[in-house]
Design a protein. Structure first.
Length: 1029
């Protein structure tokens, strides 16, 4: 009998989404119930993945029901269901119809969404309000909790205050940073993660910490004493055997070490200890003079004795370092109880729950409950489970799903799909080992039924490898296979060797071809050299028609790298798209608005300078601007001389949104996408919080790194994104630049069940190299391996996005890297991975000049105008023409071209620019563009028409409004001022009755949006120009 729990171990491009979708459909087809999909729960990692899976399942079912499905899909379904083709066609049609009409019953969602449903259903059991709000930003919970903790320290004498002061004195004595607040904040972030919930299931009494710290202090003194005594013995031994400094090696300082292990209470802690250790172990400790002085047997005798002393020293120093590490970390550990209490109190008072708390809440109550109890609460019973991206699942998420899966696995099929090589979310608490170890269940000692669960999973377990790569061309597949095999063989980390054990992918279904180019650039002006290399390659690909812009992706390790490349590409007039790059905080106009608000609230010379620099930086030098900034009076006069509407007192009477609106109007700022988004930001803040300017500025400064414009995904522009964002995507051409930092993902690590003087401890420790020479060395080495895994997995994700071409541009290795390349490999730099390959650089594999077999997409694009005084890369952001726009080019319908031009002109000063864009894009030719500009200017001569194209209002041109029933409407122009709405529709043809009906529909929609004072205007162009045709 076929097992019911199938685990698919996949690789990049191996068709896991296809596998999940086909299995989902097969389960539906195999059941007699036509709406059995209501009994299937599919868990994905992101909302995007959930939506893609829904779309794919519905499209497959639609194609099957229409008998237009690919034969290989039909063959798969016949194999999995035992049905014939006609039965599959018939059932698929019914199931598709049922899904469409019961779309909300399609349970394909993220684990967070499923957890949210459970928490809502169990809110009373959890002791929380059932109308709580979800807080996604952990900072907003941490900040008030830390504030309360610091207030208590400041106002009370007690355990908390004494610990804080002791910690401060310790830092001062150790000459370490005294920024304790930042340390406590970072510690708090870690304490709120689920690993802490697992490591510290019980509250630890404060008296325990006090007693433990006393033990640590005594132990440290004892170990120092032992080292001091050992130092006396080794020093005496040197003297008794007439061993002087000249007889032992001076590099490293062998004699100095054994003579001065501890001097004036200071312990020998030199960086070259490892060189001393290697020499002592090998017996190679004598200088040329020493070799002459002592015969062979004497040298052996001395070497053995010094080796004994060194081993004793190392043992003592490890114990002493452990005491030092424990002492420092115990200060922070003593804050845990209070931190958790303050966080809990804040959440209760504010009626909020952070999303990370869901797993903990569920785990407390549900994990030991029967599944029937859970289903009764959530109101639905699931029989089949499909889990995607299992390698990114956390321990608690898996524990919380297990009661449901174990209950169903005896009778119903469930699937788990994952790829350990793509585990790059450890910083979000994902645990790759639980995927590697399946069906074994790890870290479940506290769950009484865990052994029973494990046995049941083992009895139904089946593992299938998805070995074929359906994404990349043959050369790319071969190169990646060989590349990561070399790293696996030489990295020295067991976790990586396990994960990459079955890394080789087959290329049976891959197209012939593929190109790889790796170049290492010199360190001089390295960043600019990389950027120039990237732009040069992009120009080459596009100019030779080997690629369009949108088929090129630059995958970066950080947002900082993205910004650096973005600025360069814009300077080369290369269009780009990047979610990470479209931040409001980088827009000059938004910066000006913020600085102006700061000046209204609390004026200072620096803020005044920033305001003046934006307004007059082109005409005044920095010296003059600074002179004007010193005096508030001179500042005011200078602004009024150019902007007579400016009145500071007026601003103070307005709400935040009105202030922003007035700044935009008074200083003639263009209502571009950034300003419009910022106005929404101000309005949302005002509606949710208050109109207090100080609070608004503070809120902006805390959140501006998150506020960005969401750009469309279907434009013809180079894709700039982080590797994490690229997961699940593919691009014909992939460029991976720069030399990554090691990116240590953990500031803290856990030491669970640590035996310290017969005391079993669970600890949270600062992760640093000091752990290496302590009793925590094993934990340190494990974390080193996991950090290496994070970096190599990230590179695997990046390199396997490529379909046709793969480029890597990094830094030339240093001499020490080349001499110790295998040792340097473990550090996890990008060029460390390249060094170990032993390629001759520049490295080229395959032929570059081939054209993709895919259908070509249009390169037509239109610009979103930005109006910043200072050029920045966002000015080049492109949007793809709509299908209707493309039809215009073919039909050459003059009325439609005229209408298209009007729809893009938001203000009179944009007429020439819009017409020039249409000319460049081929919508009209040169003579037609002249005629078009002439007729538009004639049209705008009429005062009434002209008034609709000024900047004094908020103007929305052809923005789609999507209703819940799926209908959409696109008014030509909507003008909003002071909650008054004017809807305008331009018509280039003859008058028709349904025109009035359509504009009335627009009015009704804006009424639903909350606007009350709504006017409509139908404008027939033929009544205003002499020759429309």
């Amino acid at each position: 009998m076929k097992p019911n729990l199938t685990v698919y171990k996949s690789s990049a491009g191996s068709g896991k989404t296809f596998t999940l979708s086909i299995n989902y459909i097969a389960i539906c087809l195999s059941n007699k119930s036509k709406d059995y999909f209501k009994r299937i729960l599919a868990i994905t990692f992101t909302n995007k993945a959930a939506n893609e899976m829904k779309d794919r399942i519905l499209n497959y079912l639609k194609n099957i029901s229409e008998k237009s499905v690919d034969q290989y899909i039909l063959d798969e379904l016949k194999l999995r269901t035992g049905l014939n083709e006609e039965e599959i066609f018939e059932k698929a049609s019914i199931i598709h119809s049922k899904m469409i009409h019961n779309y909300s019953d399609l349970s394909i969602m993220t684990i967070d969404k499923f957890n949210y449903q459970i928490v809502r259903s169990f809110s009373r059991d959890f002791g929380i309000s059932n109308n709580f709000e979800i807080e996604l930003d952990i900072e907003k919970i941490i900040e008030p909790a830390i504030k309360e903790l610091l207030n208590k320290i400041d106002s009370e004498e007690g355990f908390l205050t004494r610990n804080f002061m002791s910690f401060l004195f310790y830092k001062l004595k150790s000459k370490k940073s005294t920024d304790l607040v930042s340390e406590i904040e970072n510690f708090t972030k870690q304490v709120l993660k689920e690993e802490s919930y697992i490591s510290f299931p019980k509250k630890v009494d404060n008296d325990f910490f006090i007693e433990l710290q006393n033990k640590i202090k005594s132990s440290a003194e004892e170990n120092k004493k032992k080292i001091s005594q050992l130092n006396k013995k080794s020093s005496q031994y040197l003297q008794q055997n007439n061993i002087t400094i000249d007889y032992l090696l001076k590099r490293p300082k062998i004699y100095n070490f054994f003579d001065s292990m501890m001097l004036d209470d200071k312990i020998w802690l030199q960086k070259n200890n490892i060189r001393i250790e290697n020499r002592v172990k090998s017996g190679e400790i004598f200088s040329s003079i020493g070799k002459k002085m002592f015969d062979s047997s004497k040298r052996v005798s001395i070497s053995k004795q010094l080796q004994i002393y060194y081993n004793e020293y190392k043992h003592c120093i490890k114990k002493l370092n452990t005491d030092i590490i424990l002492n420092e970390n115990i200060f922070l550990m003593k804050f845990i109880n209070d931190i958790l209490s303050f966080v809990e109190r804040y959440c209760e008072k504010s009626n909020v729950q952070h999303i990370s708390n869901f797993n903990k809440l569920i785990n407390k109550i549900i994990v030991n409950q029967p599944s029937a109890f859970i289903y009764e609460k959530i109101g639905r019973r699931y029989k089949n489970f499909l889990i995607d991206e299992f390698q990114d699942t956390s321990i608690l998420q898996w524990q919380n799903l297990l009661p449901l899966i174990v209950d169903s696995v005896d009778h119903n099929q469930s699937l788990i799909v994952g790829d350990a090589k793509q585990s790059i979310y450890r910083w979000r608490s994902s645990e790759v080992n639980q995927f590697i170890d399946l069906p074994k269940l790890a870290d479940m000692e506290l769950i009484s039924t865990s052994h029973e669960w494990e046995n049941k999973l083992k009895s139904q377990y089946e593992m299938i490898f998805l070995e074929n790569n359906f994404r990349s061309k043959k050369n790319i597949i071969k190169f990646n296979n060989d590349f990561f095999e070399k790293i696996k063989q030489n990295c020295g980390f067991e976790i990586v060797e396990n994960i990459y054990q079955n890394l080789h992918q087959k290329d049976s279904f891959a197209e012939v071809g593929g190109y790889v180019n790796i170049e290492l650039l010199d360190n001089d002006d390295f960043d600019n050299a990389i950027c120039n290399k990237i732009s040069s390659e992009i120009f080459d690909l596009v100019s030779k028609n080997l690629s369009s812009y949108k088929d090129i992706a630059i995958l970066c390790n950080s947002n900082k790298d993205i910004q650096r490349i973005a600025n360069h590409l814009v300077s080369k007039n290369i269009p780009i798209i990047s979610d990470e790059g479209l931040l409001l905080v980088r827009c000059m106009q938004v910066k000006f608005i913020i600085n102006f608000i700061k000046n209204i609230q609390l004026s200072d010379s620096f803020t005044r300078f920033l305001v003046l620099n934006y307004l007059f930086g082109d005409e005044l030098n920095k010296h003059d601007l600074k002179a004007l900034s010193i005096s508030a009076e001179r500042f005011e006069k200078r602004i009024i001389s150019t902007y007579p509407n400016y009145d500071k007192k007026q601003f103070l009477r307005y709400s935040i949104y009105e202030i922003v609106e007035k700044i935009v109007l008074d200083f003639n700022l263009k209502n571009d996408a950034y300003v419009h988004h910022f106005k929404n930001f101000a309005l949302n803040y005002q509606n949710k919080y208050s109109s207090n300017l100080d609070s608004f500025i503070k809120f902006w400064e805390e959140n501006n790194h998150k506020e960005k414009i969401q750009s469309p995904s279907d434009i013809n522009a180079v894709n700039l994104l982080t590797i994490h964002k690229s997961k699940g995507l593919s691009f014909k051409n992939v460029i991976i630049p720069f030399n990554w930092d090691r990116n240590l993902n953990r500031k803290f690590i856990y030491a669970n069940d640590f035996n310290y003087k017969s005391e079993i401890l669970s600890l949270l420790l600062n992760y640093s190299s000091s752990l290496k020479d302590s009793l925590f060395s094993e934990i340190y080495e494990k974390e080193r391996g996991l950090n290496f895994m994070d970096n190599i997995n990230k590179l695997y994700v990046a390199m396997t996005r490529a379909v046709d071409r793969l480029y890597i541009y990094s830094k030339n290795p240093s001499k020490s890297q080349l001499e110790n390349k295998f040792e340097h490999l473990q550090k996890g730099y990008l060029n460390s991975f390249l060094c170990v390959q032993e390629f001759k650089y520049p490295f080229v594999f395959g032929e570059k000049d081939f054209t993709s077999t895919d259908k070509k997409t249009s390169n037509l694009s239109i610009k979103i105008s930005t109006y910043n005084k200072f050029k920045n890369w966002k000015d080049l952001l492109k949007f793809k023409l709509t299908e209707n726009d493309k039809k215009i080019i073919d039909k050459k319908d003059w009325g439609t071209i005229f209408h298209l031009a009007l729809s893009r002109i938001s203000s009179i000063d944009l007429i020439s620019k819009v017409i020039n864009d249409l000319l460049v894009q081929g919508v009209c030719n040169k003579s037609e563009s002249v005629k078009l500009e002439k007729q538009i200017n004639e049209f705008l001569l009429h005062d009434e028409i002209r008034s609709y194209f000024f900047n004094a209002f908020e103007v929305i041109n052809e923005k789609e409004i999507l209703l819940r029933d799926g209908r959409s409407f696109i008014p030509d122009k909507v003008i909003i001022k002071d909650n008054e709405v004017l809807i305008i529709d331009f018509k280039t043809g003859v008058e028709k009755d349904d025109h009035l009906k359509k504009i009335q529909e627009y009015s009704d929609i804006y009424s639903l949006l909350g606007y009350r004072n709504i006017k409509t205007k139908l404008i027939y162009v033929k009544n205003y120009i002499s020759d429309e045709q």
